[in-house]
Design a protein around this ligand. Structure first.
Ligand SMILES: NC(=O)c1ccc[n+]([C@@H]2O[C@H](COP(=O)([O-])OP(=O)(O)OC[C@H]3O[C@@H](n4cnc5c(N)ncnc54)[C@H](OP(=O)(O)O)[C@@H]3O)[C@@H](O)[C@H]2O)c1
Length: 280
């Protein structure tokens, strides 16, 4: 297949580019190569390469920044996504949009399925939900939206931050009132490719299986790293005073993904071990 990747300099974009390039013809475009809010540039890039699939990994991902810069978040996450989806439609390509657990309000205590009602509480979540809507409308036969959450990998995300602090014996201030499903960016990239190669369309959730709190995750990480007494200081999300509200609960069900692809999703603990092994 010919696959075009936007945001290829980001955490997911880097993994998606590597995984896709192993078996497809890939055009990986970083932000410097292609600003997705520039419609003419998007049309030009997609129209020239004529991919069978576009993996749209570009996004405005500063969750707290989006509270202050809601217009910019909407411009990138909704308008930019729409331009990419329209260009994908014109090229006859599948349009893969990556969305977020932040489209949910976090009131549930059982994993969110694809059919669960959305109710974003943050500007970032609203911009991504609007992106979902626009992508489905712009590319009605080719849209594939994959919601994920708590994504980590080298040099970005919570796990990388926690690992550095654990190794340096530094204190870890952690919120103890949030539960979610951590996701290794490499597993996510492989899942996106599996969906594309299987020509699946529609809405899917993909995270690593299971759920945890940040505190339990760090204790698991510490034991894997051989750190005997992690200096964990628990704090409520509210006390942390971050501008954007986070869902208190955002674990997601991966049953639809597993049924569609026949792939059994790795548990978050196994994914974390894979990440640590790959980082050695
Ligand atoms: N990370 C998570 O925990 C998480 C959770 C749920 C969903 N997601 C979704 O997963 C996807 C990938 O996220 P990620 O973790 O890989 O984020 P990331 O590392 O921040 O990557 C996003 C990339 O998009 C680029 N970008 C920003 N504005 C752009 C524009 N106007 N045109 C082109 N590129 C632009 C960024 O470039 P700069 O770095 O130069 O700004 C960055 O390289 C996103 O859709 C995100 O919403 C992530």
């Amino acid at each position: 297949m010919k696959i075009l990747i936007t945001g290829s300099g980001g955490l997911l974009g880097r993994f998606a580019s590597t995984v896709a390039a192993a078996r497809h013809e890939v055009l990986a475009l970083s932000r410097a190569d292609l600003d997705v809010t520039d419609r003419a540039a998007v049309d030009h890039a997609v129209g020239r390469f004529l991919p069978q699939a576009v993996l749209h990994c570009a996004a405005y991902t500063d969750v707290d920044g989006a509270e202050r810069h809601s217009g910019l978040a909407m411009e990138v996450n909704a308008v930019g996504a729409e331009w990419v989806a329209k260009a994908a439609r014109d090229a006859g390509a599948a349009m893969v949009f990556v969305s977020t657990d932040y489209v949910f309000d976090g009131e549930r205590r059982t994993p969110y399925e694809e059919t669960a009602p959305t109710c974003p509480r943050s500007s970032y979540g609203r911009s991504k939900l609007e992106g979902e809507r626009r992508v489905a409308e712009a590319c009605p036969d080719g849209w594939l939206t994959v919601r994920t959450g708590w994504v980590y990998g080298p040099s970005k995300g919570f796990v990388d931050w926690a690992k550095k602090r654990l190794v340096a014996s530094k204190e870890l201030p952690l919120v103890d009132d949030q539960t979610g499903s951590p996701t290794y960016a490499l597993d996510l990239a492989e899942a996106l490719l599996a969906l594309v190669e299987g020509e699946h369309r529609g809405l899917f959730h993909f995270v690593n299986r299971g759920e945890t709190t940040w505190v339990t995750l760090v204790r698991f990480l510490a034991s894997e790293l051989g750190v005997k007494e992690p200096q964990v200081k628990t704090i409520s999300g509210e006390a942390l005073g971050r501008p954007a509200p986070r869902p208190a609960y955002s674990a997601m069900s991966v049953e639809k993904f597993e049924d569609a692809t026949g792939i059994q999703v790795r548990a978050w603990q196994d994914a974390l071990k894979r990440y640590l092994a790959n980082s050695r």
